[in-house]
Design a protein around this ligand. Structure first.
Ligand SMILES: [Zn+2]
Length: 142
């Protein structure tokens, strides 16, 4: 199911789309919202994400690098494969985890927190815990 929607992996899903008004984490839609765009998003969304991402990088004193996220649990599942990503910092990593983990959760109200001091993070579904993960730095940076 998820394999047929490569757009789910796109980082710009972390922002809402200015063109079709797809919500954060949702696929863009074409034809008045009747058809999800499974392979790409509107270009305006990519641009909006870049802007938001750059703004965030300035704010958070990022530590860019390559990270492995190992899930202890997502929702009720404990068999989620690890996520290996390039991230610009804690907030960026949280966005990428959000995009990845959200696929395994029924809730639309998902929030991800990453603590790069503790090298771990948590997933929240509304008021409930949606899971936990540990973070490992792969490129030896500091
Ligand atoms: Zn769109």
């Amino acid at each position: 199911m998820t394999g047929s929607e490569p757009a789910r992996q796109l980082p710009q899903l972390a922002v809402a789309c200015p063109t079709c008004h797809a919500a954060t984490g949702d696929l863009c839609t074409s034809h008045g919202g009747t058809r999800p765009r499974r392979n790409d998003t509107h270009q305006t969304r990519t641009a909006a994400w870049r802007e938001a991402d750059l703004a965030q990088r300035d704010e958070t004193h990022p530590t860019p690098g390559r990270y492995q996220v190992t899930y202890e649990r997502v929702g009720r599942r404990r068999d989620i494969p690890p996520l290996i990503v390039e991230a610009a910092g804690a907030d960026h990593l949280a966005k990428l985890v959000h995009t990845d983990a959200r696929r395994y959760l029924g809730s639309r109200d998902v929030e991800v927190r990453v603590d790069l001091e503790e090298m771990r993070g948590s997933i929240l579904c509304g008021m409930r815990s949606g899971g936990q993960f540990t973070v490992e730095r792969l490129d030896g940076g500091r």
